[in-house]
Write a protein that binds this ligand. Structure first.
Ligand code: HEC
Length: 251
């Protein structure tokens, strides 16, 4: 048996030690409570308090009345920097401002007014002057699609015998306006090329309709001409994200 158990002195001091520890904790809790008095006790309340402080700071700043000259100078400054900034094309849906004109245009989705463009496509003789202009314009395309529209491995699919080329004109114009990327099947062959085709919308209505008429009537292809009016109708496509096959009308 432990000899200390019956030692009165040890029992006595153990009692006071225990009581002391309890007291220390009680005092500690009281101090903590005192320090936190008046402070919010959860994160939500803490955040609310921060917001309130910000609101007070803003109101104080607003209360310091600005002169008309100061406001005019600030507006002038903003207008200047806006005028100097280059507009940036919206590339991904995350960049859209909800409710903006661009968002509304995009929300219309495919098929909005493309049928009206395609309805203007007419069979008929192909103008030689237009073909000549298209051939000159095709030099740009040839870099990727090949001199004879045969395509270049790992760069671009063929235009020769491509159902996309002889298909709906609105597809072709939109590809020029917005570029095209992602997997595509051309003449029965699946392509998943490393680089997308960039938009080539710097071309005039006449140049673009000519080059599209040219590819529709070269390399063994045969299809109706593309009209400058049709190109003009789809200028609103400029600035929208790069197309993928699912944005196009299946040819
Ligand atoms: C920088 C290379 C490049 C240039 C220049 C280029 N394209 Fe393309 N083009 C591509 C690629 C890559 C694709 C396939 C896009 C994809 O992966 O979905 C493509 C696809 C196409 C398609 C649809 C698929 C097909 O093969 O039929 C058409 C039509 C087309 N281009 C027309 C043109 C015309 C017209 C020009 C010139 C005005 C042109 N391209 C210039 C790279 C290019």
């Amino acid at each position: 048996m432990d000899p200390n158990r019956d030692n009165l002195f040890i029992r006595f001091s153990a009692f006071w030690l225990g009581l002391g520890i309890v007291l220390i904790f009680a005092v500690l809790l009281a101090v903590i409570a005192l320090i936190n008095r008046g402070k919010p006790d959860d994160f939500e309340a803490l955040a609310a308090q921060k917001r309130y402080e910000t609101k007070e700071a803003v109101e104080a700043a607003q209360a310091e009345e600005l002169t008309k000259e100061a406001i005019d100078a600030a507006v002038d400054e903003v207008a200047k920097s806006l005028a100097a900034s280059k507009p940036v094309a919206v590339e991904t849906p995350e960049q859209l401002v909800p409710g903006s004109e661009t968002a509304k245009r995009l929300a219309e989705g495919p098929g909005a007014d493309f049928a009206a463009v395609d309805a203007l496509t007419e069979e008929g003789p192909i103008d030689e002057a237009v073909m000549a202009m298209g051939k000159a314009q095709y030099l740009v395309c040839a870099a990727c699609h090949g001199q004879e529209g045969q395509g270049v491995p790992n760069l671009a699919p063929p235009l020769a015998k491509s159902e996309w080329v002889t298909g709906p004109v609105s597809n072709l114009i939109r590809i020029q306006m917005r570029g095209l990327g992602g997997p595509i099947t051309v003449a029965g062959v699946d392509y998943n090329l490393p680089l997308s085709m960039a938009a080539l919308n710097y071309q005039t209505d006449e140049q673009m309709s000519a080059v599209l008429t040219y590819i529709r009537n070269s390399f063994g292809n045969e299809a109706a001409a593309v009209k400058p009016e049709q190109v003009k109708m789809l200028r609103s496509e400029i600035g929208k994200p790069t197309l993928t096959v699912k944005d196009l009308i299946q040819p």
